[in-house]
Every structure is written in structure tokens, then in C-alpha cells.
Design a protein around this ligand. Sequence first.
Ligand SMILES: N[C@@H](CCC(=O)N[C@@H](CS)C(=O)NCC(=O)O)C(=O)O
Length: 225
Amino acid sequence: MITLYTMERDYPYGTLRSTNGCKVKVVLEEKSIDYQVVGVRPGDVWKKVPEVLEKHPLGKVPWIDDGETTVYDSTVINEYLNEKVVAPQLLPDDLALRGKARALENYADEGVLSKLLPMIWMPWWSPLEQRDQDAMQKGRDGLIAEILPFLEQTLGGQEYLCGDFSLADVPMMSVAMVLEVDGMDTSAFGNVHDYFGRLRGRSSYQAISPKNNCAETAALSGRGS
Ligand SMILES: N[C@@H](CCC(=O)N[C@@H](CS)C(=O)NCC(=O)O)C(=O)O
């Protein structure tokens, strides 16, 4: 069984999870792979304790243990899982489209998950009075100015970024999760708004939904074949 090491924590207003850890959960779910989740304490990640550095040399989550094999970085893990369990295949057959899917996955990682989204997401892990509301608003404004118009255009009339659901859509599941907690209004971008609704409607979203607490999502894992 694969063990996923990530950060997730229950709060009165919903369960918060590492956005990069969520990317891996989604792929484990989409492929019905047996897995268990081990929670890493946020303090151990911020302090870069030796036990974390031993598994992930940058001292981050997520990483997975697959028997004797350790793999870190959500994008690399998801490529590994997509090769390990080939069906359903999460990359297009066509080389050009496969390149596009990987490029869009990278766009989400660099432009959203490691740049604008943390401005909204990190404060949610602190009590209301400690949240930097201005920084949160800058994150939302950045999404509206830079990211949502690009997504609106890229989606066009498609259900998913590259036609069928693919690795390109996986980081966007984390974006949909964060914006569900945050309650940011995306209705000015019709394609994107519908797309986020479609992502939240996938059964794999149940494993990262803020409505499902850690115990509930732990019960979901390990039911694959
Ligand atoms: N590129 C990495 C980024 C991992 C990452 O930044 N993880 C966050 C949690 S979502 C973390 O561990 N942050 C702690 C730190 O950067 O020190 C991935 O995709 O896995």
C-alpha cells in the first residue's frame, strides 16, 4: 500500500489540506489506488526536522512511500502514479496534447499553487484575527487579473483543460478546494465557474473536500483495487 505524507487539519470552518498533498490524493483516488495518509505536523515541516529532510531533501510535503521507494514533489509523484497504474490514463495519447497538459500543469503549479494561492490559503490556517486580510485580497485580485482570464480562454467550450480530465486539471482541483473554503466569487468567469463546479463534482474531490474531515477522508482511502 502507498503511504502519502501530507498536512491536513480539521478546523471548525472546514478541513484544511496541503494543496500539493491534495494533488496526489486526487490521482490516488482517480486511479483507485490503495493508500493511507500519514499527517505530518506543520511545525515539523516549517522547522525542517531531520525526519522530514530524510524523506524530502527540501523539507516539504508531500512525499509518498511505495514499499522501499520514496518519491517527493506532487508533480513527480503524479507522473510516477500515472505510469505505475496506467488506467485510467491521465495524460493524452497525442504527443502535442501531452506536452500541453504538462505545460498547463506547470502553469498551475508555478503561477497559482506556489504564487497567488498561498496568499489566500496560508492565512486560513491561523485564527481570524491573525489573518492578513490585505494579503488575502491581493491573492484574490491576482487570480482575477492574471489567472482566471487565461483559464476562461483556455477552457473555451471544453469540459476540462485538455478535453478529457488529465493531470493538467489536477492542481485545479486544489484551487477549487481553496476557493470553496474562501468563498471567492468566480461567477464573472462563466467557463471557469462551471469548471470549478465540475471538478468539485468528481468523486475524487471527496478526498479533499473541506466538508469531509480527516477521519472521513481516511475512511475513503484504501478501498481501491
Ligand atoms: N513543488 C512542490 C511544492 C511542495 C510545497 O511547497 N509544499 C508545501 C505544503 S503545500 C510545503 O511543504 N511548504 C513548506 C515549505 O515550503 O517550507 C510539490 O509540488 O510538491
